[in-house]
Design a protein around this ligand. Structure first.
Ligand SMILES: Cc1cc2nc3c(=O)[nH]c(=O)nc-3n(C[C@H](O)[C@H](O)[C@H](O)COP(=O)(O)O)c2cc1C
Length: 372
């Protein structure tokens, strides 16, 4: 490796995919998919962020009509949704990108208005999430008390994930990322702060991981392990989903995932980022990284320098970038040149506007001139 080699810009073989660099677009909910249907404007948004041999992970996409919990988030359970994804996926492929669909079920992080017939959201528990104060300090998101799933209903939800994965492949995606992070349904089962079940899906660590692993197994059997990734956040406690022993949870999960030979594991760092300062925790992902046999992706709070360090030290194979990729459609190019970055505007993350804060972040001026 030459002294001027940038670790993030080195190629990497992820299973059958030849990636030309290590900079991944993290899944980013943008709330611009009206009526749960991906829209035309997403074609430009994703293709702007696509690069030859670059991995993009699509925003969290609902697996069924009970999976939704936020306005204007996309789904992939109907024919219409599958058809609407196709031109978006095609546009990413035209630029040589590799595109995975993140599939989720929000579980109890929902409310009557998002549920069919105004029914209560479902979860592993009937404990509600307390109202959350959003980043702007004014909005309070309220969640309805969930209905606890009966043991015999759980295979139906597993099946929703399986069908959604098949639909993602039908839409042209290269694979799926199972959203097992951030306090949504799968994480609700995983974490002992939430899961208070007494059946085979609750209690012991093995039982709490059963739902996640049944989903993995069903999807692996449906589309092949070489197209399956999962996102986990054992150390996070979003939406009151903390765990008393995240080290054990993370290790049990990666060791179990090894049995299925899935393509990648994408893990959120146990970091807490406070306004303007980073607070490090005593935990890190090295034990999980060392135990997992597939591609290991890390995320949360990475900049160029830290990403390079993660790759060169062998701490990760790939680094996912969220907010800076949202604001810099040409992020791999900017990292290559060590060019300055556009600042992201939090106020436009979730507005329904099809352009503002979505496709209007500028490319590097020098490159824009070259293209015109
Ligand atoms: C606007 C926004 C939307 C997000 N949506 C999702 C999502 O749909 N799925 C998910 O797993 N994480 C989601 N996240 C978390 C990001 O994927 C990422 O982990 C987080 O932004 C930390 O990485 P960063 O410091 O590089 O931004 C979202 C974050 C932001 C800022």
């Amino acid at each position: 490796m030459g002294s001027d080699t940038i670790p993030l810009l080195t190629p990497y073989k992820m299973g059958n995919f030849d990636l030309s660099h290590r900079i991944v677009l993290a899944p980013l909910t943008r709330q611009r998919s009206f009526n749960s249907i991906p829209q035309q404007h997403a074609i430009l948004y994703y293709s702007q962020r696509a690069s030859k041999g670059g991995l993009l992970i699509a925003e969290a996409t609902g697996v069924s009509d009970t999976a939704q919990g936020y306005p204007n988030t996309p789904g992939i359970w109907t024919k219409e949704q599958v058809e609407a994804w196709k031109p978006i996926v095609d546009a990413v492929h035209e630029k040589g990108g590799v595109f995975f669909c993140q599939i989720w079920h929000v579980g109890r992080v929902s409310n009557y208005e998002f549920q069919p017939n105004g029914q209560p959201p479902i979860s592993c528990t009937d404990k509600p999430v307390a109202p959350q104060v959003r980043a702007n300090g004014i909005d309070v998101a309220k969640f309805a008390p969930p209905r606890r799933l009966a043991t015999e209903e759980i295979p139906l939800i597993v099946n929703n994930f399986r069908v959604a994965a098949r639909n993602a492949i039908e839409a042209g995606f290269d694979g799926v990322e199972i959203h097992g992070a951030h306090g949504y349904l799968i994480d609700q089962f995983l974490k002992d702060q939430v899961n208070d079940r007494t059946d085979k899906y609750g209690g012991s660590l093995e039982n709490r991981c059963r739902f996640a692993l049944e989903i993995v197994e069903a999807i692996v059997n449906e589309i092949g392990a070489d197209k399956v990734g999962i996102r986990l956040s054992p150390y996070a406690n979003y939406m009151e989903s903390g765990d008393s022993n995240p080290d054990a949870l993370g290790l049990y999960m990666v060791n179990s995932l090894n049995k299925f030979g899935i393509l990648y594991c994408h893990v959120v760092e146990p970091r807490m980022v406070k306004v303007g300062e980073k607070v490090e925790t005593p935990h890190n992902l090295l034990p999980m990284r060392n135990a997992f046999r597939g591609t290991f992706i890390v995320a949360e709070g990475y900049n160029r320098e830290e990403g390079n360090k993660a790759i060169s030290s062998g701490y990760a194979d790939l680094v996912a970038y969220g907010r800076v990729f949202l604001a810099n459609p040409d992020l791999p190019r900017r990292f290559e040149l060590d060019a300055p970055l556009n600042r992201y505007n939090r106020d436009t993350f979730y507005i329904p506007d099809p352009v503002i804060g979505y496709t209007d972040y500028p490319f590097l001026q020098s490159d824009a001139q070259k293209e015109s």
